[in-house]
Every structure is written in C-alpha cells, then in structure tokens.
Ligand binder design. Structure first.
Ligand SMILES: NC(=O)c1ccc[n+]([C@@H]2O[C@H](COP(=O)([O-])OP(=O)(O)OC[C@H]3O[C@@H](n4cnc5c(N)ncnc54)[C@H](O)[C@@H]3O)[C@@H](O)[C@H]2O)c1
Ligand SMILES: [Fe+2]
Length: 381
C-alpha cells in the first residue's frame, strides 16, 4: 500500500429533528446563526433556533446569504457576529450558508485577515465552535475543510484548511424533503462529481476516500432520480444526504479536479448553480480523461451498471460516461452551454479563466491545457 494521510470529518448527529439537539454541543453565549432567507421563510430553521434560544445560546440570525456567496456577504456576517459577541457559529442551508459560516467562524475566532488565508493550508488559527446543518444533498460542505467565496470579477476563490472542518454536522433528511426538483438534480450531480473526482484524484487518492467514494456513488446513483420524481420519498432523501456526506469526506482527502475547474468559470461569469455547471462539463471532461483514468472509470462503471464486469476496461469506461450522461439528462437539467445563453465565442475566455483553477487542475488524472479547455467548452456548447 502507498503511504497516505486521511483526516476524518466532523462528529455526526443523524436523524429526523436532530438539528434542535445542537444547542447542547455548543458553548453557552450568543450564536451566529447563518442561513438564507428562503430557508428561514420556509420555517426550516425554527426548531433549531428555538432550541438554541431556550438553552441560553441566543441565536443572532444572519439570513442574507445568496447563492455563490460574495466576499461582501461574508464580511457582513463576520461583522454581525463580532458586534453580538458570538461564541459559536451555526451554518444552516446549502453550500452557500455553510461556506459563509465556516469562514465566519474562522475569521471571528482567529482574527486573521481573509487575504492572508486564500489557497491551501494557509489558515492555522483557532475558530469559534462550529456546527453545520446541510439542507441540500449536496455539496458535502459540512464534511470538508473548504469554503468557496465569489470575489471581484466573479472569480471563485477557496480557503482549504483543517480549522474549517466543523465540530458537528447534523444529517436530517427531513430538511431536504421540500427541495425543488431543479435544486435536487443539480446538487445531486455535484455530489456524484465529488465521488468520481475523488476516486480519480491524481495526487491524494487513498483507500479510505476510495471506499467512501464507491459507496457515495452507489447511494447517489440509485436514488437521484427517485428523489427528483418523488420529492417526499424519505428513504431516497436519506440515501442522497448520506451519499453527499460520504462524497464530501472522500474529496476532503482526495480533492476534486478538472470537472470542477471548468465548472467554476461558468458559475462565476454566468451565475449558473454550482451543480448545473458541473453537469454541463461532466461528460466532456470525463471523455478527455478516459484514457488516463480508464482503469478507475472501469471500476466505477460496475457500481452504476452491475453486470458489466465481463467487458473490457475501455468499454466499461465508456459505459460509465454514458450512464452518467443519461442520469443527468433524466433529471431534466439542460446540458448544453447554449441552453443558458452562453455564446460559442466565449470558449477562449472561459478557458483562460479555468486555467486560474490551478488548485484543482493539479488533481486531474491528465493535464488540461488552455487549448484543451477551449475545445471542451466548445464540445459542451
Ligand atoms: N465547501 C465545499 O466543500 C463546497 C463544495 C461544493 C460546492 N460548494 C459551494 O456551495 C455553493 C452551492 O451550494 P448548494 O448547491 O448547496 O446551493 P445553495 O446553498 O446556493 O442553495 C441553492 C438554493 O436552494 C435553496 N434551498 C436549499 N435548501 C433547501 C431546502 N431544503 N428546501 C428548499 N430550498 C432549499 C436555497 O435557498 C437556494 O435558493 C456554491 O457557492 C459552491 O461553490 C462548496
Ligand atoms: Fe462541487
């Protein structure tokens, strides 16, 4: 076995209504509660906020987090926490509120300056107590040491550092029953991409991430369409939430690569949801990788298409790519760049932007040069 390092994620509490139990695990005192207006409007945060208040951990509500949160939003959240004297932070929502919560807890606790911690392993300070409650399935952000913030010019910047791993994560699938079909589909594809890219990560692939990624792909692949078609199906929602979490743990240790690198410019410049951007580039980047990652794709094909084991590795790798494409199509996500008003001529600009995602490109099973990226955007058009 090659030597490897594996960092576990947060402690987990799973089950219906468990978000209200969080109060007991956080220190007494004001709690900065970060969510978004939609979730608060739906009443999803009520029980958790009430329990915090009743236990003497007054929740300071910050619900102005937008999709793909900006630096200004993060700064406002930090200010809200500072002026209230927060001693803990809860992030309640999809990846957007959770990512803001992670960095807010770190900046409030450490006093560090945001500009000194971008990139990998630049943050070494102490954060405030932190609990995360995902309501999408999902980014897996509740499992990862990663926070993604949209900065000037629509560039997505990341902080990746151990202190961003939460103390606690609550997995309550009941919170995801009201997810609209388009969000279920997009966030589910994002989670599937996490599993696949972790399994083929060029630098830090390891046996624990592999096991987590395989099981994540099984859970997500078997349940995504059911969750889309029967939104109230609790068993499918539970499988999706668990699958997204396992995929998060996998890619927290074996980081994602080319699909995400090429997806980010679409999110940053065109405000496409993160999962949609991934769905748009998935087929094309996997085809680009298919020779370099052939053995790994062939292994994963058996999870989505049991019974294909007798076929050769090339046929199975092609089968995996096909099965994923069919799955994405059946969710109803439109899969061409032109469907989102993006013009063919933008490919060179998108390719230039994608080259800035060096943190991700180094993990791809084979190089993606600017010229390759342009070709892949054109193929996706
Ligand atoms: N930190 C990480 O490891 C990581 C990984 C992948 C993506 N991300 C980031 O996460 C963000 C995307 O997160 P996301 O895809 O979860 O979406 P999101 O948090 O932006 O939410 C999308 C929409 O879904 C709604 N929503 C969420 N949960 C709901 C529910 N239960 N019922 C009804 N509506 C609900 C929200 O109100 C919002 O309108 C991006 O900024 C992306 O870059 C982070
Ligand atoms: Fe992602």
């Amino acid at each position: 076995m090659h030597s490897f390092t594996f960092h576990p994620g947060p402690r987990i509490i799973a089950g219906a209504g468990k978000a209200a139990d969080l109060a007991a695990f956080l220190p007494p005192g004001p709690c900065l509660f970060i969510s978004d207006e939609q979730l608060v409007g739906l009443g999803l945060t009520d029980a958790c906020r009430e329990a915090l208040g009743e236990s003497g951990r007054e929740p300071i509500l910050f619900d102005r987090v937008e999709a793909d949160p900006s630096r200004a939003t993060l700064e406002r959240a930090v200010e809200a926490g500072r002026s209230a004297g927060a001693v803990s932070v809860v992030g309640f929502g999809g990846g957007s509120p959770m990512d803001v919560a992670k960095l807010a807890a770190y900046l409030l606790g450490s006093g560090d300056d945001l500009d000194s911690i971008w990139g990998v392993d630049q943050a070494h300070g102490q954060r405030l107590a932190l609990a995360l409650v995902p309501t999408t399935a999902g980014t897996g952000s509740e499992a990862t040491p990663i926070s993604i913030i949209t900065c000037e010019g629509g560039v997505k910047m990341g902080v990746v550092a151990r202190p961003l791993v939460a103390d606690w994560a609550v997995l309550d699938a009941m919170l995801t029953l009201g997810l609209p079909r388009d969000v279920t589909a997009a966030t589910g594809i994002d989670a599937i991409v996490h599993a696949i890219e972790a399994f083929t990560s060029a630098r830090l692939k390891n046996p624990l991430s592999d096991a987590l990624a395989r099981e994540a792909l099984r859970l997500l692949g078997e349940n995504l369409l059911t969750a889309c078609e029967e939104p109230g199906n609790v068993a499918a929602r539970e499988a999706m939430l668990l699958g997204a979490h396992l995929a998060g743990l996998a890619f927290a240790n074996a980081p994602v690569a080319g699909v995400h690198a090429l997806a980010y410019p679409l999110g940053g410049l065109h405000h496409l949801p993160h999962g949609v951007s991934n769905a748009l580039m998935l087929r094309h980047v996997l085809q680009h990788n298919s020779e370099a990652a052939r053995e790994h794709y062939a292994e994963l094909a058996g999870i989505l298409s049991p019974g294909c084991e007798g076929e050769g590795t090339q046929a199975r790798a092609a089968l995996l790519i096909d099965r994923l494409d069919q799955l994405a199509r059946k969710t109803g996500i439109a899969l061409r760049l032109r469907d989102y008003g993006i013009s063919f001529d933008e490919a060179p600009v998108l390719a230039r932007e994608a080259m800035k995602q060096t943190r991700l490109l180094v993990n791809n099973p084979c190089p993606i040069e600017e010229e390759d990226a342009r070709r892949l955007y054109e193929a996706a058009w």
